[in-house]
Design a protein around this ligand. Structure first.
Ligand SMILES: [Zn+2]
Length: 444
């Protein structure tokens, strides 16, 4: 059974605020107002086993913060599901044990027109949208993970804004409900499309996502909201979540626009924010919307910002936006720690045209807090996913690569635009980007 996730908030200064000068010099400090609208992840049945991740590399750093947190303690801990009854008889004090948490993350969930039309065709009433079956092939992995992350690329501002696909998206809200229903816990909204329906649409999207049992990160309603650090707690492990984006397809001025989306071009601010997050939680995970469309090579800007984020103390960087996989690596930090970087997770759900856009990655790893006070990222494995659609651009379905077949590949609609789409091509493509040490055992 997937237990409920605890979400806390703490004071925080965003890149945008510091860029605007409004909070220059602000340091991490607790505030009284916490997020009460972010509640728990849904109960989902535990239908999947733990992926085989033995023999994979790991990293560790001293945990100096677990008992020195300064987050607001006025926020509700909504995740406690363990029994609070005292034992009837005194038991011997158990030996301390390590705390462990499993996490999976996927990339861009893009609701193109063909995606929402397919969802509409699947809805029993013929009027609403049923996205949930599209995730059947990956739902067990998401449900089995203690924490699951996704980048949702498109606004969900409401029907009054008009439901639309590329280039100015507005997805039906059933798409967001499906993410919650399938078991995602953390939904990133900081991406170049969130302002497709302008500031009002972004605000409406954030407000909607916050009605779901997920933690929304990356777009904040005002400065006070942006200052609340996002922290999840599960299995006794606290994760601080930060999120940055390279920019927007629509004009966005963080100093004047009535919404906050922290940007990647504020290195000094990002450093201070990562350090503040480091002091507030056991682990820091940073979502980064960056890179170039359809380019597997990591750009100099990505490398530079990855180094800034890693050296400041992030444990994991989850990259997305290029719509194609990019490399996974350990960044060796000057202080001896190392940071797991997934430069791009690729697409998760979309009807983009080309074979390369159909291959995404579900990164899986464990966060471990040892009895000796060390915190480590262990066993990272990138499990490739395949987004399938037919020649008619319907029948959307995401598969784990190991479940995908030659027969399905031969019928994939991307063959209208791509010369080859076969299991051999997929394996070659993945191997050309991701080092074998991060790939599942079935690649050996
Ligand atoms: Zn993007």
């Amino acid at each position: 059974m997937k237990q409920r996730l605890s979400v806390r908030a703490a004071a925080f200064c965003t890149a945008a605020l510091l860029a605007s000068g409004a909070l220059a010099g602000c340091s991490f400090r607790p505030v009284g107002a916490g997020r009460s609208d972010v509640t728990s992840a849904p109960e989902t049945k535990d239908v999947g086993g733990t992926p085989d991740t033995t023999g994979r590399p790991e990293t560790s750093r001293p945990n100096t913060t677990a008992s020195d947190t300064t987050e607001s303690d006025t926020t509700a801990d909504v995740g406690t599901t363990a029994s609070s009854r005292a034992p009837e008889t005194a038991a011997p004090t158990p030996a301390p044990t390590e705390a462990r948490l499993s996490l999976v993350a996927v990339g861009d969930n893009i609701i193109h027109e063909a995606v929402f039309l397919d969802a509409k065709a699947r809805a029993a009433d013929g009027a609403s949208y049923d996205f949930l079956p599209m995730y059947n092939g990956v739902a067990d992995r998401i449900a089995a993970a203690d924490v699951a992350f996704v980048n949702h690329e498109t606004p969900m501002a409401g029907a009054e804004y008009g439901i639309s696909g590329y280039p100015t998206f507005n997805a039906p809200r059933e798409a967001g409900q499906a993410l919650a229903d399938v078991g995602f816990d953390v939904v990133n909204l900081a991406n170049n499309h969130i302002l497709d329906k302008r500031v009002a649409g972004a605000r409406a999207t954030v407000e909607f996502v916050r009605t779901l049992p997920v933690l929304e990160i990356g777009v904040y309603l005002d400065r006070d909201d942006a200052r609340q650090m996002r922290i999840t707690e599960k299995n006794g492990i606290r994760i601080a979540w930060l999120s940055y984006c390279y920019g927007s397809n629509n004009s966005y001025n963080p100093a004047t626009d009535d919404i906050i989306m922290p940007l990647l071009d504020q290195a000094d601010t990002i450093r201070s924010e990562v350090r503040a997050a480091r002091a507030a939680a056991d682990f820091v995970i940073v979502s980064a919307h960056w890179g170039l469309d359809d380019v597997a090579a990591v750009t100099d800007d990505q490398k530079r910002m990855a180094s800034v984020i890693a050296e400041a103390g992030a444990d994991v960087i989850l990259g997305h936006h290029p719509h194609i996989l990019q490399p996974v690596e350990w960044h060796e930090n000057a202080n001896g720690s190392r940071t797991l970087i997934v430069f791009s997770l690729g697409n998760f759900l979309s009807t983009q045209y080309y074979s390369r856009n159909m291959i995404g990655g579900m990164i899986s790893f464990d966060l471990v807090k040892g009895t000796d006070g060390t915190c480590a990222v262990e066993s990272p494995v990138l499990y490739p996913t395949v987004t399938h659609y037919s020649m008619q651009r319907d029948g959307l379905q995401i598969y784990m690569l190991e479940d995908y077949t030659e027969t399905l590949a031969a019928r994939h609609g991307c063959l209208a635009h791509s010369a080859d789409f076969s299991l051999a091509w997929i394996y070659r493509h993945v191997r050309s980007i991701v080092k074998e040490e991060f790939l599942p055992a079935y690649f050996e």
